[in-house]
Design a protein around this ligand. Structure first.
Ligand code: EPU
Length: 416
């Protein structure tokens, strides 16, 4: 199992190009099932999760032609309507094939995702929405088996805001008969990116970017070209790294309008930000100021940035408080950060961070994707050597993170 060895205390200086967003690419790839035309995708990030999704889609008969970050999908000859347990258990986002398969072919068999390190993460809202559209859904042998003659448009109000739930129902609704209204829809930029691409494929969607999506079903969609939106979580992760180490970096290929809330928090930490087009320059000297925040759905503070900002807070000039409201168990980085000398205690879904003068390197264990990123940030800021174990979590969602960091002066190597 690969590990990362980090010798901390180096300032970061130079340019980092941001990749396409994992959480936009995954649903967008699934949209390849919605059409017999070519989906010509660029800016597809090189990630383990993307490879897993492509493997799953290839098993359905979807043709995949890939040249690095350029992927062309063709769904003219789909032969299997199944997402097997072996793949779903490694990547929950596999559930995103359910809506498209059902909408275009009237059937799908998708393994029910189990629990997850960060929370129980049920998919009841995906199922509830598809049932409301007329699908006959049974759960048997660990599989969701969904069938329908033709999905019917209807009004769906999900009990909570769900990102992949909205995406699944949206992909189902675009080929349903009549009008579907998705109330309480997720507004994340990744949902917007998917919706924009569906419109380019011939879908009729109103209210994109709002919590009420109105979809008029069409008989068929056609192929299109699309560049996956830039990864705001990756960008914020590198900005947190410079907040923790100090230095002067430029983030390129980014979209500053989609993560204002994180940029505001970075400014509050003392990072000097200059935004110009798709580039953000970030300069930082000295210890950060503490920032407190509470995670919420977009446009609030993203749960996917919580661990990384907490890593910076560990060395801030004062105490801070972080409340996680989206997932019930997303504090597993806390004990690992404490192993590096941080002073964090938790009470329910709130973490109290003291802010210490320095962290000291130690072996730590990555427990999930964003927790891994927070340990890398802490390791970069710590004195001495940090070894981050189980970095397969990191590889799921960050495109060559150690290469990007060493190019800006970090002392970080992958140990096989
Ligand atoms: N929920 C339910 N029932 C459902 C759906 C969701 O109870 O049917 C609950 C979840 O358990 C959670 C909350 O609703 O407590 C929100 O979950 P959501 O469905 O929005 O999460 P998701 O769609 O499974 C996506 C991202 C996550 C990100 C969350 C929240 C993808 C592939 N994944 O997950 O990304 O944290 O939205 O923004 O888009 C990551 O990239 O590290 C990651 C975990």
């Amino acid at each position: 199992m690969d590990k990362l060895q980090i010798v901390g205390g180096k300032r970061l200086n130079g340019d980092i190009a941001i990749s396409g967003a994992k959480n936009a690419a995954l649903p967008i790839l699934c949209a390849g099932l919605l059409t017999s035309g070519d989906l010509d995708l660029t800016n597809v990030p090189r990630l383990h999760d993307v490879r897993t999704m492509l493997r799953l889609l290839e098993q359905t008969g979807l043709k995949v032609t890939q040249d690095d970050e350029h992927v062309v999908l063709n769904g003219a000859n789909i032969t299997s309507l199944e997402a097997p347990y072996e793949l779903v258990k490694t990547m929950r986002a596999s559930i995103l094939v359910l809506g498209p398969m059902l909408a275009r072919f009237g059937e799908a068999r998708v393994s029910l995702p189990g629990g997850c390190a960060i929370g129980s993460r049920p998919v009841d809202q995906h199922i509830k929405g598809l049932r409301a559209m007329g699908a006959d859904i049974t759960i048997e042998g660990g599989y969701i088996h969904a069938k329908c003659a033709k999905l019917q448009g209807t009004r769906i109000h999900t009990d909570m805001i769900t990102v992949t739930g909205t995406e699944n129902l949206l992909m189902a609704a675009v080929l349903a008969e009549g009008e579907t209204i998705l109330e309480n829809a997720a507004r994340e930029p990744e949902v917007v990116d998917l919706a924009n691409m569906l419109v380019a494929m011939g879908a009729k969607i109103d209210g994109i970017g709002t919590d009420r999506l109105v979809i008029q079903g069409v008989d068929a969609l056609h192929g299109t070209r699309h560049a996956v939106i830039s990864d705001r979580i990756e960008a914020a992760t590198f900005l947190c790294a410079v907040a923790a180490t100090g230095g002067d970096i430029r983030i390129t290929n980014t979209r500053t309008d989609i993560f204002d809330v994180a940029l505001d928090k970075l400014r509050e930490m003392g990072v000097q930000l200059t935004v110009e087009g798709d580039t953000i320059r970030a300069r930082m000297d000295g210890r950060p100021q503490p920032v407190s925040f509470r995670t919420t759905e977009y446009p609030g503070f993203p749960t996917d940035m919580q661990a990384q900002f907490m890593a910076v807070d560990t060395i801030a000039r004062g105490p801070s408080r972080v409340t996680e409201t989206i997932f019930e168990n997303r504090f597993m980085h806390v004990q690992e950060l404490n192993r590096l000398g941080a002073s964090i205690s938790t009470e329910g879904n709130t973490a109290f961070i003291e802010g210490v003068e320095r962290l000291v390197g130690a072996p730590v264990m990555a427990t999930d994707l964003r927790a891994s990123a927070s340990l890398v940030i802490a390791g970069l800021a710590a004195e001495g050597t940090t070894i981050v174990d189980r970095i397969y979590h990191l590889d799921r969602g960050y495109d060559r993170m150690e290469a990007k960091l060493s190019a800006v002066g970090a002392d970080i190597v992958r140990i096989k």
